[in-house]
Each structure stands twice: as C-alpha cells, then as structure tokens.
Write a protein that binds this ligand. Structure first.
Ligand code: UDP
Length: 448
C-alpha cells in the first residue's frame, strides 16, 4: 500500500497485548495507518515481544511488565489483570518522555490501544491525550461485556429491542464466559466497558455487513464513534508478525496438491488439547482420505512433545497425503488454491482470514468468543459446520461432508460469495474504505 503524504505529520502510539491473535491485527492496523501518513511507535510488554526487524519504519519500545518467568499459575485471565496493573506506570513514564522530547513536526496525536489493555485509557486521560480502543475480536464481544451485568445470571442480560439473532449470539458468549469464574474476571469486564465508555473512538476489525446488528447496538450504547475498517489483514501487506517460526515447506507441499482438495487444520496460538484428542485427530485425518495440512504447535498438548505422541504407524498410513508443521504461514496457506476447507478453533483472526479467501470451515471452538464466532460461521453466514467431538469417526465424517459432499459444496459457494462482498467493502467507495478515511480525518482533528 502506498504511503499517502498528509499535510500535518502526526504520531500514533500503539499499545499491544502480547498474544499472537492480538499482535497480528494491531500491527496490521499500525501498517494501515502508517500508509495513511501517520508515524508509528509500538509500545509493548517485554513478554512475547514482536519481531521489530520486520517493521523498520516503526519505533518499538518494550516496557517492563513484571511478569514472572512462567505464566502457568496465572489461569485464563490472570495475565490480563497483571499486565493492566503492572504496565500503567511504565506506559505513563514512557509517553511522558515522548511528550517532553516531542518534535513539533511529529506530534503525538493519540494512544491506540488493544481494548484488553484497558489501563491505557487511564494513561491517556491522565496525560490529556485522546485514546482509541481497538477491539481485535468481533464487535459483538464489546456488547456482551456491556450487557451481561452478572455472568451467573444469564437471564438478567438486558438489551432493549434486541433481535433474536443478537440475543442468540450474546447468550452464546455469556454462556462461554460463565466458565470464567477466576477472581478478577468480573472486574476486568467492567474495566474494559468503562474504558470503552471513555475512549475518543473505537476501531473494529470487522466488516459492517457481517456484524450489522451488533455494530448498530454498539453505536446506540457507546458515544464514541466506531470505525469498522476490517479485515485489517487484507489492507496491510503480508508481513509476518509470527512469534513462532513459520515453516514454509508446507507451501511447496500445497503446490503439489489438487485444487480445493486439502483440509487445513489449526487451533491457533492458545487452545490446547489432551493426548487422546490429539490421537483422535490424527486418526480422523488418516481415515478421511483427503490430503491435510496440520499445524501441531509446541504446547498444543500441554507439557508434551506433541509430535512424539503420534503413533509410529500414523506417518506410514498417511504417507505424502499429510503434511505436519509446527507453525504455518496461515494467510498464505488459506490463499493457496489447493486448500478447500479449514478445520479451525474459530479464533476471530482465523475466521476472518478464512472467509476472505472463500474457504468453508469445520468449527471446533474452545473458549471465549470462539463460540460466538462459530455461531456466525455456522448459523448466520452458513459457511461452515460444527464438529461436536474429538472422535475419529465424527472427524472423518465431518471432513468428508465439508470437502466432498453437496452440503460442503453449498457452503463453499456461500463462502465465495462472502469473499466477494468483503472484497467490495475494501474497494473505493466501500464501507471499509470510507471508514478508514473517516478515521484518518478524526485522528487529524485530535491535536490540530
Ligand atoms: N497463525 C499462523 N500460523 C499458524 C496458526 C495461526 O500464522 O500456524 C496466525 C493466524 O493467521 C492468526 C493468528 O495466528 O492471525 C491466530 O489468531 P486467532 O484469533 O485465529 O486465534 P488465537 O491464536 O488468538 O486463539
């Protein structure tokens, strides 16, 4: 994307949350805004530091996060609470120093933060800077946080005039959030909502037409303007922000496979399975008779070397039909002609990346918004089916339905249609294109 020169230079400070599914969209957004003429400083906790050498035009500043060596004791949300507590002082100090040394030709315009790092809004308020909250997941999650006052009383969810669809989606999310009884979670939900209430603008990695109802409700509930400029990855050139090394030998393997024949299997960067589920997956893939590309990342089975757990006769029975890697260049994989289906955990990035390439999905959500995303895929957009259980027979059947049956063919057609509609939103005059220009204008108005 060409960098458009603007009359006034202005610098944006990005605050990252250090997990793969958050780092990717935030760096993509930074790249998009850089192409609009803004200079970029990326502030990130030391934990899971992104690879700065892939972004030579950005300034990267690591800040102290005070996290212990191992996060095993943290549980689901402990790391989020710890970062919000530990990073406030270092972020304030870092931005104060930037303001002191500010170049009048390159003024700090605002703080663009991952909504999970909600303390950034307090830092922005304290320093009298505008804060922009970025939701890297679906827009519906912002609503769910705002309208589920008590997660243990699902019935108390109130959303005046809610439609059946929105109600269904939010109940799905509330149900999966109920599992998170970890101390501090309710406070986190309240703190995120509070920061969204105080921010100067909201950015969503979504497309208007795929989340129309949720976005309309967001605008009713929150006064900040919402900018819907996703899918970010389609606007940013493909620069890797992977924390693990991408194994590109799978691309040469894909290039030898027939069009639409390969099922790509990946459960993202966080979800884990147990040893039995790994074996059921392996035999389901071995028995389905389709070529498969399977990401078995370190830690997929907690505490084990996953590849050593695979039975010796597994490799013999699949031969060249299967390709296993520890980490794949996923966007490139999904864009390859050979890929015809994606068995996914339904992380929001993976979901967007799949629909942008017209790939139907086999959905096996694990936690959080993945359940809501599965609803979108299977029941709203109708571009996927659900796998209920890690059981080899069910896996084999579901893959065959997706890859060779007419049901799967219908989903592929709908996915292609969805891809085309998303493509239109990105073109001149499309909703995403317009929203991005509006966002750039808004930022320039902050500190004229
Ligand atoms: N990803 C990748 N290679 C892999 C698996 C995943 O590059 O082998 C990327 C994927 O393209 C996506 C991100 O990691 O951008 C995962 O984000 P998502 O929201 O799908 O799931 P999470 O990891 O947050 O659960």
């Amino acid at each position: 994307m060409e960098r458009q020169e603007q009359q006034k230079a202005s610098r944006l400070v990005f605050v990252l949350f250090p997990s793969q599914g958050h780092i990717n969209p935030m760096l993509q957004l930074a790249t998009i805004l850089h192409s609009k003429g803004f200079s970029i400083t990326i502030i990130h906790p030391k934990f899971n530091s992104p690879n700065s050498s892939n972004y030579p035009e950005f300034t990267f500043i690591p800040i102290s996060d005070n996290l212990p060596e191992s996060q095993d004791s943290f549980g689901d949300f402990g790391i989020v609470s710890a970062l919000n507590k530990n990073c406030e002082g270092p972020l304030t100090e870092c931005i104060q120093q930037m303001l002191k040394a500010e170049d009048p030709q390159d003024r700090l315009s605002c703080i663009v933060y991952d909504s999970v790092m909600h303390f950034s809004q307090s830092v922005a308020d304290h320093l009298k800077l505008p804060g922009i909250s970025v939701r890297t997941g679906p827009a519906a999650t912002v609503l769910a946080f705002a309208v589920c006052p008590r997660l243990d009383e699902q019935e108390s969810m109130s959303l005046d005039g809610k439609s059946d669809l929105l109600s269904l989606l939010l109940k799905e999310l509330a149900f999966s959030m109920k599992k998170f009884t970890a101390p501090g979670f309710l406070e986190l939900r309240a703190a995120v909502t509070d920061s969204v209430q105080r921010c100067s603008a909201l950015i969503f990695n979504t497309v208007d037409f795929i989340e129309q109802e949720a976005l309309t409700k967001v605008q009713e509930l929150f006064s900040a303007s919402a900018f819907t400029i996703g899918p970010f990855h389609k606007l940013a050139p493909t620069i890797s922000s992977s924390l693990l090394k991408e194994d590109s030998h799978c691309i040469s393997w894909l290039n030898k496979q027939a069009p639409k024949s390969v099922i790509y299997v990946s459960f993202g960067s966080v979800a884990s399975i147990d040893e039995k589920e790994l074996l059921e997956t392996a035999w389901g893939l071995a028995n389905c008779e389709q070529p498969f590309l399977w990401v078995v990342r370190p830690g997929l089975v907690r505490g084990s070397n996953c590849l050593e757990l695979l039975p010796i006769n597994f490799q013999d029975s699949v031969g060249e039909r299967g390709c296993i890697v520890e980490w794949a260049p996923q966007k490139e994989v999904l864009a390859n002609d050979a890929v015809g289906g994606f068995w996914s955990h339904c992380g929001w990035n993976s979901t967007l990346e799949s629909i942008c390439e017209g790939i139907p999905m086999l959905c096996r959500p694990f936690f959080g918004d993945q359940n809501l995303n599965r609803r979108y895929v299977c029941d709203v957009w109708n571009v996927g089916l659900e796998l209920e259980e890690f059981e080899r027979g069910k896996i084999e059947k579901a893959i065959k339905t997706l890859m060779v049956d007419t049901e799967g063919e219908e989903m592929r057609k709908k996915a292609t249609h969805l891809k085309e509609k998303v493509g239109l939103s990105l073109k001149e005059g499309g909703s995403c294109y317009n929203s991005l220009n509006d966002l750039a204008e808004k930022i320039l108005s902050f500190r004229p």
